[in-house]
Design a binder for this molecule. Structure first.
Ligand SMILES: NC(=O)c1ccc[n+]([C@@H]2O[C@H](COP(=O)([O-])OP(=O)(O)OC[C@H]3O[C@@H](n4cnc5c(N)ncnc54)[C@H](O)[C@@H]3O)[C@@H](O)[C@H]2O)c1
Ligand SMILES: C[C@@H](CO)CCC[C@@H](C)[C@H]1CC[C@H]2[C@@H]3[C@H](O)C=C4C[C@@H](O)CC[C@]4(C)[C@H]3CC[C@]12C
Length: 369
């Protein structure tokens, strides 16, 4: 990516660019990447907000497409310099079948890699997940861990299985020759639980609290710490990696980085209250109101009901054995690898991330967003 003083020359493609994280990446690229000439936004479902971006100095091209269709991916990628592959099926509730999750997350990623090789796109940034590491189903805590911390990785659920396999494919592809003979440079980012404007589960908890006359009920002990990261900082890390990959290919190629910022370590529910509290909700109980064995029973019942009802309807409650295990296991990251390798520092402070998220939650009330 040679620096051009005269005219911006780079073409980027963001897969999943209309999703929760994807939208932030798209907007961040337009704000923070002065060398951008064209930004292609590739998604299964295109959003209407893309239209307003088309009036700016950078050419924004919306491409409706499916990552599971190799020819659609290759056609969209022809002539691009960098691809940020964020499209994915995020499902830990049983909404999609394991086969569909595999097709989108694994086959879709393989298609992106092959398209890089075929079209000569040299830089690939992949949005992986903390779940590639854990929490494992044995409930082992990962406490302030970094990219080198030993941890017993046990995958059973289709979503983490698919993210782990896709990440492996991306890392193994580093160094493959792309069209024109140059080596492919890849790297994977592993966000913990992302929060911020557009976070649907946060919005769902808010609505549930409103329905319960301003109350939510504690289910998880306050001592179980959960790693969370603000969406703006996750987007910023993607933009920075994409920018630095060429200059630091030897160091960054084939590497994984946890996505982190200065958000406080708290339990999942206490962390959500940082935003929902100022919006008028209160978390009832200093300890879980139900004993853990009862939660396990309810989660198991939900899984059984989901299986029984599947021929008739999709029953996908928030609580199932997997989500309970994740919510109930400490998983926090403490690392500076991204700072050491490519100078990452969070763009948004915790105070700013919190304020922006609160504003967004407040704006969703009754708005149907
Ligand atoms: N949300 C989190 O807490 C979190 C944490 C870690 C990693 N991630 C990863 O970040 C990425 C984005 O997640 P998100 O939370 O923004 O999810 P999201 O569902 O909001 O966004 C995913 C986007 O991908 C698109 N997409 C899905 N299937 C597609 C297909 N077949 N072809 C093209 N586009 C398709 C969707 O339409 C959507 O716009 C995912 O890869 C996810 O695994 C998310
Ligand atoms: C027991 C309930 C009482 O309030 C709380 C259930 C909360 C769960 C639904 C969520 C707890 C942890 C979340 C996951 C975590 O933040 C990390 C993730 C990684 C990412 O790649 C996808 C989303 C998720 C799996 C996220 C999903 C929701 C939780 C399990």
């Amino acid at each position: 990516m040679a620096e051009s003083i005269q005219a911006p020359m780079l073409v980027y493609l963001v897969t999943g660019g209309c999703g929760f994280l994807g939208e932030h990446i798209v907007r961040m690229l337009l704000e923070q990447e002065p060398r951008l000439r064209e930004l292609r936004v590739f998604d299964l479902h295109l959003s209407s907000w893309l239209e307003e971006l088309k009036t700016g100095p950078v050419q924004v091209t919306a491409i409706q497409g499916d990552v599971t269709q190799a020819h659609e991916v290759a056609a969209a990628m022809a002539g691009t310099h960098v691809v940020i592959h964020t499209a994915g099926l995020v499902d830990v509730f049983g909404r999609a079948s394991p086969k569909t999750i595999h097709e989108v997350n694994v086959q879709g990623t393989q298609n992106v890699i092959e398209a890089c090789v075929q079209t000569g796109t040299q830089f690939l940034v992949y949005t992986s997940s903390m779940e590639v590491v854990g929490p494992n189903i044995k409930g082992h805590p990962f406490y302030r861990g970094n990219e080198d911390t030993p941890y017993e990785i046990v995958h059973k659920h289709p979503y983490p299985c698919s993210k782990a396999r896709a990440e492996q494919l991306v890392l193994e592809a580093n160094g493959r020759k792309v069209r024109g003979g140059l080596p492919l440079v890849t790297c994977a980012l592993r966000p913990t639980g992302i929060y911020g404007e557009g976070h649907q589960i946060m919005r769902d908890f808010y609505r549930q609290g409103l329905r319960l006359r301003g109350r939510l009920f504690r289910a998880i002990p306050a001592s179980v710490e959960h790693g969370r990261v603000y969406v703006g900082n996750v987007a910023w890390m993607h933009v920075l990696v994409a920018r630095e990959l060429e200059q630091r290919a030897g160091l960054m190629g084939g590497q994984v980085y946890f996505c982190y910022d200065k958000s406080p370590y708290k339990s999942y529910e206490d962390f959500n209250m940082e935003f929902l509290g100022p919006c008028g909700l209160r978390l009832v109980g200093t300890r879980p109101l139900l004993p853990y064995w009862l939660l396990v029973l309810l989660a198991t019942l939900n899984a059984l009901l989901q299986w029984l009802l599947r021929p008739l309807l999709l029953y996908t409650p928030l609580l199932n054995p997997y989500t309970l295990a994740v919510a109930n296991t400490t998983f926090t990251v403490s690392t500076n690898k991204a700072q050491r390798h490519f100078g990452y520092k969070p763009l948004f402070s915790w105070e700013e991330s919190r304020a922006r998220t609160i504003l967004w939650v407040q704006s969703t009330e009754g708005s149907g967003q």
